[in-house]
Ligand binder design. Structure first.
Ligand code: PEP
Ligand code: MN
Length: 358
């Protein structure tokens, strides 16, 4: 249930609403918009819904009371109509800004990290990526440099002024990763690792949650709900392809997820065409398509010498390819940002609700 307070409502009137909820053993979660306060109700509302709605709707300062139909209460646009905008080191993610996250799949050493950082920063990247703890399918593959890699990433950030993102694989790593990196990444393999989601929810850093390669949109948003309900409203969603019967590409990029998520949630949406396609030459067209579909940004892998990369070389861009792609992205973004804000696209009825229709 959400309670929209009227524009002129006082703090005392909002407090009375919160107290009313508390008397029913429900919790209030406040969203302060620019114009008014929206209070989301958390807890088991069902048994008291009708009587509570009756009481709340006549309270002074209350404009409307509406049941939330989505199971992901805090992540839903119903509970938080305005886009979430995340600020990291002066860079804005969400609502009109174009975010370009770039860097190597794995941090292989200091020099390559700094060299890549300088190059992508000069070409217009807004966030630096680099994996220090790598989730590899084979135990024999390069597993990443761990804390040593985190230090190179932090040094590259100092050098370029760009915020950083890197993956955290288990709750025990959250503290050290949060110490060295500005954004924490939860990878596809861990999307439903609930103890990790709860831990990053308490880490005090923005989190980018990649879509599980077998996850529905609803399962993904429920995973985001774990992070937000643990106290962290700064969640970014990243579509990175899902597994289908197609094998020519590494995964199948589900671009429908972009406008659908903008409809269902207020959280920013990033697309990763590197892991989605697995092929270098497919990265640029799919990155352009993602921005054209309204994505808040993209994440791509870039390497000084992709053919020699210790992981994901096939899908990594050269510096020149990255620079060429970034240039094209700025153009597309400029063109599309006014066109995509079609109010009908955002408010039309959603008839398919993920897992519930299977
Ligand atoms: C990554 O971005 O480094 C990564 C491992 O991606 P994913 O979790 O999407 O496979
Ligand atoms: Mn990779």
């Amino acid at each position: 249930m959400i309670i929209v307070m009227s524009m002129g409502a006082t703090e005392e009137q909002a407090t009375n609403v919160r107290e009313q909820l508390r008397s029913y053993n429900l919790q209030a979660h406040d969203n302060y918009g620019t114009q008014r306060v929206v209070i989301a109700v958390l807890g088991d509302v069902a048994p008291v819904r009708d009587v509570l709605m009756g009481k709340l709707s006549v309270m002074p300062g209350v404009e409307s009371v509406t049941p939330i139909t989505r199971p992901y209460k805090l992540a839903s646009r119903e509970s938080h109509p305005e886009d979430t905008v995340i600020e990291v080191l002066g860079k804005r993610i969400g609502n009109g800004a174009l975010t370009i996250m770039a860097g190597p799949c794995a941090i292989e050493g200091r020099d390559m990290m700094i060299e890549t950082a300088r190059s992508v920063a000069a070409a217009g990247a807004t966030v630096l990526r680099g994996g220090a703890f790598k989730p590899r399918t084979s135990p024999y593959s390069f597993q990443g440099l761990g804390v040593e890699g985190l230090k190179y990433l932090a040094e590259a950030s100092k050098e370029t002024g760009l915020p950083t993102i890197t993956e955290v694989m288990e709750p025990g790593q959250v503290e050290v990763v949060a110490l060295h990196s500005d954004i924490l990444q939860v990878g596809t393999r861990n999307m439903q690792n609930y103890s990790l989601l709860t831990a990053v929810g308490k880490a005090g850093r923005p989190v980018m949650l990649k879509r599980g390669y077998g996850a529905t949109i609803e399962e993904w948003l429920m995973a985001a709900e774990y992070i937000v309900s643990s106290g962290n409203p700064n969640v970014i969603l990243c579509e990175r392809g899902i597994r289908t019967f197609e094998t020519y590409t590494r995964n199948t990029l589900d671009l429908t997820a972009v406008p659908l998520l903008h409809h269902l949630t207020h959280l920013p949406v990033i697309v990763d065409p590197s892991h989605a396609t697995g092929k270098r030459w497919l990265v640029k067209p799919m990155a352009l398509a993602a921005v054209a579909a309204g994505a808040d940004g993209i994440m791509v892998e870039v390497h000084p010498d992709p053919d020699m990369a210790r992981s994901d070389g096939e899908q990594s861009l050269t510096f020149e390819q990255f620079s060429d792609m970034a240039h094209a992205l700025f153009k597309i973004h400029e063109e599309v940002r006014t066109l995509i804000k079609d109010p009908f696209a955002m408010t039309g009825p959603v008839t398919v609700d993920g897992a519930s229709k299977h």
